[in-house]
Design a protein around this ligand. Structure first.
Ligand code: ATP
Ligand code: MG
Length: 273
């Protein structure tokens, strides 16, 4: 059940400073298995910075991050990934010259038990492990509705399918927590709705905790049980979507002086190293 037991991810008082700029301040987050939380806020609000601090891209300037009760401050991204936190990036990151299947297969290797010696000797253990990994890769392609595109080079996939392939790769590392940075960016409205519904089904199937950044507040409200709103690095509201939407601070952050501060969909973003 969500909301009880030990959190899978917890951030307490996380601060990220870049020189004189405080990109994130006093960031608190508690995530339990099975929760889908929307992280929203205008451009430059600190959303990607929060992901970077949670996943080890940056060590927090202050505060603590814990994964299943274990403090991970200062750990490398691959170590935090091994503990069960996977992410996608605002800009698609794939092995563009490899097939969809190989992209996922490589990610599956992160959780593989097959060691270097068995790989080198091509032992029966290694063969069995390779078959197990291939089957898992097929499964994650299927979950993300990419099986028909299995042998296509990643660079030839339409943008929306590249985004789904990134999520398949993240799932292949066997996470407990999945952090998705604008997974629906650059998609049209109906593609966005379909993707967010798919993300919700993935959450249900794997009982993951999912933290999803999305600019369109109405869209993410439809699939999240809880929302967290950042503005200028500060959490200005959090809670049930409907209450958050009506919060005067959120309306102000989104509308400011009457002009929409949201940008049109784009591929590139700030804060991605
Ligand atoms: N590595 C960095 N060095 C210096 N400043 C940074 C760095 N990363 C992020 N920032 C700054 O921190 C602030 C928050 O950026 P961040 O990318 O987290 O915002 P965001 O909410 O993800 O915005 P967007 O919606 O545009 O993706 C911005 O002012 C950004 O320029
Ligand atoms: Mg961002």
């Amino acid at each position: 059940m969500s909301g009880t037991g030990q959190p899978v991810l917890e951030a307490r008082g996380v601060v990220m400073r870049f020189g004189g700029l405080t990109a994130l301040s006093g960031f608190d987050l508690t995530l339990h298995s099975g929760e889908l939380v929307g992280l929203i806020g205008p451009n430059g609000a600190g959303k990607t910075t929060a992901f970077n601090a949670l996943t080890g891209v940056y060590a927090p300037t202050e505060g603590d991050v814990e994964v299943a009760g274990r403090r991970v401050n200062g750990m490398r991204p691959h170590q935090i990934c091994e503990l069960g936190v996977a992410r996608t990036f605002q800009n698609v990151r794939l092995f563009k010259e490899l097939s969809a299947f190989d992209n996922v297969r490589i990610a599956c290797h992160a959780g593989s038990r097959s060691g270097f010696t068995s790989a080198w000797m091509l032992t029966p253990t290694h063969d069995a492990e390779e078959r197990r990994i291939a089957a898992r890769a097929e499964e994650f392609l299927s979950v993300m509705e990419l099986s028909p595109r299995r042998d296509e080079l990643a660079r030839n996939l339409p943008y929306g399918e590249q985004r789904r392939l990134e999520i398949a790769r993240a799932l292949a590392t066997g996470p407990k927590v999945l952090c998705l940075d604008e997974p629906a960016a650059g998609m049209n409205a109906s593609e966005k709705v379909a993707l967010l519904e798919l993300i919700r089904r993935v959450r249900d199937q794997f009982q993951l905790a999912i933290l999803v950044i999305e600019h369109d507040m109405r869209l993410v409200m439809g699939v999240s049980e809880r929302m967290l709103v950042l503005d200028h690095g500060v959490t200005i509201a959090q809670g049930a979507p409907e209450a958050v939407r009506q919060d005067p601070k959120v309306i102000e952050a989104y509308l400011g002086d009457g002009k929409l501060r949201l940008r049109p969909p784009r591929e590139a973003g700030t804060g991605v190293p």
